[in-house]
Design a protein. Structure first.
Length: 414
């Protein structure tokens, strides 16, 4: 429950990147030695991945804290718990390690946001190129009885999780694997760095061509996760929507630049000082046109939040998200709050502002649009209910507590 109209002020610190935590945890399955991950975000998705690893035989200490000790001395089965898989899109990252350790992996339909839109095509392409074959089964079933093979492959899509699946499999394939049209996001680089720590050779991390020298017996290792720039940027937009003054610590400034450059174009007073994002009270302006792009372009994950900010900005903003149409459909609820939205097609929306928003009941249909709806409720007159909160808590740690610390009038409903 959110009572809108309150300017947010204060400082918060974000934890590690959710999109790095899940593949790093999956990478621990590649070795029988102990691994330690620190600055792990305390979120629901991490808890689900930990439960999946434990179900496969891993020993895990520190669940619910920011430090995880993981050891997969033995992998007891090749089929992760179907109920857990159905709650987590990132469960697909287990396929490569399971093929490496067991020669087989059977997965139920992965859950998470937009499960019907996010296919396994890139994952299947990469694994097939490395010698895995699809077998008959009720869900995706892969077999590599003769082990994974090194390859040279052009990924049909620069998919983040598809690239990570290929990296994890390539680390176990004896020889050199070249991945072209690879994703370049900071969390993909983190996966490369951790694999290097475990003993794999990696060249080209952060570029569209990555070379993996795999097949060595991987050992243990430690890694501290970088701060979650998507969460930090979300809090920056929340501050701008409420015309507040907020400092966000913990994320690297270079990772935040694709967002802060857009905020500055919208005349939001913000600046980066090392790993500190400062947002000052501002009167935002319309953006004109904004299109998402592959990293380091503007991330699709920020589209919903920028659309909400555009409702409070003077002028018109056309937002084009060529990746995911369902995020824009989720924002249609803002019309009922008084926003001036025109949905051109599943990928483009025109927002005209500023408009006074009215509180109402809102449905957080995915992680990022759920946080955007919280931002809209904070800017609205009156009371709003955003549900289910669990959707947002999949990727944002202590969201209610952080809002309270910034002065928002919020309460968790039973």
């Amino acid at each position: 429950m959110i009572q809108g109209g309150q300017r947010l002020e204060g400082r918060i610190t974000v934890e590690g990147n959710k999109n790095a935590a899940l593949p790093l945890m999956a990478a621990c399955l590649l070795t029988d030695q102990a691994c330690v991950l620190t600055n792990v975000p305390r979120i629901r998705d991490v808890d689900v991945m930990a439960a999946l690893l434990a179900d496969l035989g891993a020993e895990i200490d520190g669940i619910g804290t920011s430090t995880l000790h993981i050891r997969c001395a033995t992998v007891t089965k090749d089929e992760p718990d179907a109920a857990l898989v159905g709650r987590l899109r990132g469960s697909v990252l287990l396929i490569g390690p399971l093929l490496a350790r067991r020669g087989r992996a059977r997965l139920a339909a992965p859950g998470g946001d937009f499960p019907t839109r996010r296919t396994l095509a890139t994952h299947i392409q990469a694994l097939a190129a490395m010698g895995a074959r699809l077998a008959d089964g009720p869900g995706p079933t892969f077999e590599a009885p003769d082990g994974l093979k090194p390859t040279s492959i052009y990924l049909e899509e620069a998919s983040v999780t598809g690239t990570e699946t290929a990296l994890l499999a390539a680390a176990a394939a004896p020889g050199v694997t070249d991945l072209r049209h690879a994703a370049c996001e900071p969390h993909v680089v983190e996966v490369c760095r951790f694999l290097e720590t475990l003993g794999a050779g990696i060249e080209g991390a952060g570029s569209s061509t990555i070379r993996v020298h795999g097949g060595a017996r991987l050992g243990g290792g430690s890694h501290r996760l970088n701060g979650d720039y998507l969460e930090a940027g979300s809090w920056g937009v929340v501050a701008a929507v409420t015309r507040g003054a907020v400092e966000v610590a913990g994320a690297r400034g270079e990772d935040l630049e694709p967002l802060t450059s857009v905020l500055q174009r919208m005349r939001v007073q913000c600046r980066l000082d090392g790993d500190l994002l400062r947002v000052e009270p501002s009167v935002p302006a319309g953006l004109g046109r904004l299109a998402t792009g592959l990293w380091p372009g503007f991330p699709s994950d920020f589209v919903s939040l920028i659309a909400v900010l555009a409702t409070q900005a003077a002028g018109r903003t056309l937002i084009h998200d060529w990746m995911y149409e369902l995020r824009l459909f989720a924002l249609e609820q803002l019309s009922g709050m008084g926003a001036d939205f025109f949905l051109c097609d599943p990928h483009r929306i025109i927002v005209t502002g500023p408009t006074r928003l009215r509180g109402r009941s809102l449905d957080g249909r995915d992680l990022r649009s759920g946080m955007a709806l919280i931002a809209a409720a904070l800017a609205a007159d009156g009371e709003s209910a955003v549900r289910p909160l669990e959707t947002v808590e999949r990727g944002y740690a202590r969201v209610v507590e952080n809002l309270e610390s910034l002065g928002a009038r919020v309460a968790r409903a039973d």
